[in-house]
Design a protein. Structure first.
Length: 268
């Protein structure tokens, strides 16, 4: 039965449960519940002005996502710790309570595919270093990646076991970073990646396509990474420069005019 055919009361309950689910999910990601224990149903009902069934529906959704577990007679607990990754500068995962390590799965020299050659500034038909690796938080797989590098950097990348942050490899070799171009999209895990990351086939992942350059603009690495969607939250602060320019206002000293709302239709 589609939601369009549901009884209006069922639709309202479903919508309320999803809103409670979303707010609880954010609180779990930001570790707002001490020791991972969520408040009891009665407290959640009061906090969200929701019925007991709405709260139970929301908790069931979180359980299906793998974020919480419900223990009979004890309560509900968060079971998935997320890495909050700030998208303000180039860095690897920085979990507070887990060790980060890298496992090299394979390293080889291969003919550069057209896109790889273009990204790294290598002539068509030239060779490139290819490194497959797995990054682990504690004992749990976090992401798997394929890194393409100029062949002279292959020996540098193979030393990944010695560092807890991937980019430190290049700094240890004496390179200074310039910028990294990143593209992010949502994908699903295929069987091979699911096995590597210890998730079910079809589980949600984030795919990162990265081009890393040194301070002179020379490409150091072109990489494609698949990150577990249940372990990562991207954080960013986004100023709206385009709107400020459009109105000729620059800087915090300038404030926009108040927005008026029609009291009848409630539209700007």
């Amino acid at each position: 039965m589609t939601e369009a055919r549901m009884h209006p009361r069922t639709v309202r309950r479903s919508s309320a449960a999803r809103r409670v689910r979303d707010l609880l999910r954010v609180a779990i990601v930001h570790e707002e519940f001490p020791a991972g224990a969520l408040p009891g149903e009665t407290e959640l009902m009061l906090s969200f002005s929701a019925s007991r069934q709405v709260v139970r529906d929301a908790l069931a959704m979180l359980r299906d996502e793998g974020l919480v577990k419900r223990v009979q007679g004890t309560g509900t607990f968060s079971v998935a710790s997320k890495v909050r990754h700030s998208f303000t500068h180039l860095h690897g995962p920085e979990p507070e309570h887990e060790r980060v390590s890298h496992r090299i799965l394979s390293a080889s020299r291969e003919l550069a595919a057209p896109r790889v050659a273009e990204r790294l500034g290598i002539e068509r038909g030239g060779q490139v270093g290819v490194v497959e690796y797995l990054t682990v938080l504690g004992d749990e797989p976090y992401y798997c990646a394929t890194a393409y590098v100029p062949t002279e950097l292959l020996a540098v990348v193979e030393r990944a076991r010695a560092v807890d942050e991937w980019y430190a490899l290049y700094e240890m070799a004496g390179f200074e970073f310039g910028v990294a171009d990143q593209a992010v999209e949502a994908i699903l895990a295929d069987e091979l990646v699911a096995d590597l990351l210890d998730v079910a086939p079809g589980a949600p992942l984030m795919l990162f396509e990265r081009l890393l350059r040194d301070s002179y603009g020379r490409p150091l690495e072109y990489a494609i990474s698949r990150v577990r969607g249940d372990r990562l939250t991207l954080m960013a602060q986004l100023p709206r420069h385009g709107m400020l320019r459009a109105f000729g206002r620059v800087g915090p000293a300038h404030r926009t005019a108040p927005v008026s709302v029609d009291p009848v239709v409630g539209e700007v």
